[in-house]
Design a protein around this ligand. Sequence first.
Ligand SMILES: [Zn+2]
Length: 236
Amino acid sequence: MKCPHCETAINTNWTTHFIYKDNEEMYLDVIEAGKEIVYGHCPECNKLIIWLLSSNFIETYKDNHGNVDGHYIKKDSPYNEVIIFPKFSIKTVAPEVPEKYDRDYKEAAAILDISPKASAAMSRRLLQTILRENYGVNKGNLNKEIDEFLGSNKVPSYIIDALHYIRVIGNFAAHPDKDKNTGKIVEVEEGEAEWSLETLDALFDFAFVQPAKNESRKKKMDEKLVELGKKPLSNL
Ligand SMILES: [Zn+2]
């Protein structure tokens, strides 16, 4: 699994506890509901992860004398496992992304499961803010601002596609509020909230990560030129 805190692929030791009501434990073989808390620490970031496992059955192990000496959840019955801590998985954002955008993005990601509508509204608002603050577009509505952004920049095709999909998946034509009042919480279409976050991922990479990498590459090459007694291509 991937650690929900640091997103590293991890293999850890889990401790399990069945959840009993009072003295139910002694009747476990007849009880038809099973819940189990499983927890462990990420070996990378050392943070706590807690799962809730549930099913319709608990089966018991008995020793030679017929005494219950252990239980397990039957995974073939209706079976469910969810991470209950951290409450929401925390998406990582590249360090090149300005902090104010990073914060809004993580919030939109954190509420994705409990409110896709609110998450999509936050993503739309953030998308609009990034376009306005970094590309000087300001047409009063997101739809036109996306057009302006796509028309005025050397935007790679994966960004063009992602932004078109946002309008199509979100069915902007049928929901004028989505582009006029971007932060308004309105109905979402299937997959819209997830797609909005993925589009922000792509935009972060294009707008902040790649330019920063490019700058640092240029700086290194210029330093090399100076070392060789040549004139740098840009002002160091
Ligand atoms: Zn971790």
